[in-house]
Design a protein around this ligand. Sequence first.
Ligand SMILES: Nc1nc2c(ncn2[C@@H]2O[C@H](COP(=O)(O)OP(=O)(O)O)[C@@H](O)[C@H]2O)c(=O)[nH]1
Ligand SMILES: [Mg+2]
Length: 221
Amino acid sequence: MAEIVDVRRSILEANEAAATQVRGQLARALVVNLISSPGSGKTSLLEATMPAIKDSLSLAVIEGDIATDRDAQRLRALGVPAVQILTGGACHLDARQVLKVLAEGHFQAPDVLFIENVGNLICPTSYDLGEDFKVALLSVTEGDDKPFKYPAIFATAQVTVITKVDLLPYVTFDLDAVKAQMRSLNPTGSILLTSARTGQGLDQWIGMLRSSLDAKRRAPA
Ligand SMILES: Nc1nc2c(ncn2[C@@H]2O[C@H](COP(=O)(O)OP(=O)(O)O)[C@@H](O)[C@H]2O)c(=O)[nH]1
Ligand SMILES: [Mg+2]
């Protein structure tokens, strides 16, 4: 048992060293690590975001999946450079994979790098990818009990996006219950409500991205 703990610690230490290098290389960029269950709307949120900001900000996307480059293709179709990392079964991205993508020179000094992690609410939580902050997404079709069932990600993410709010009239989802769980798990985190279908909440989401980038660039190095 002690050996397993040691191996896990050394994996996370190696990851942390790589994450520090990512931060050094992307000191002028906002790096956002998107984490959620499969199908909760990560790629759709990015697709809805791109047209609104791609003329004023240079953007890049890293997609993590266990198989297929479908998500990277969806973003490339919008004219945004997107690189797919296939994890070959691993349930999360790690910072060394991000470093490798940066070394391959796919991106020219982006203003914002979005990293869409492998879809699940568990393993990606422990891996720092060199991001400025994690964003947890929870769609209204997943159930309003999920923050307390998966507390680590909802406690860690600086921003939680409740997605697919256009479906609220059709599903049983107690928004107040989710907000109460979030207040208990993550009192300083913020909650945004979005719909990639109707565009609801996208202004607030994009405003948050812009102000986070500005704040990072204004902060003393
Ligand atoms: N009604 C509705 N459907 C959505 C919304 N966002 C995503 N979807 C649908 O949810 C499914 C999964 O979306 P996707 O972005 O691929 O999820 P991901 O696996 O988290 O990247 C797709 O069928 C989307 O069309 C939304 O805001 N409203
Ligand atoms: Mg996706």
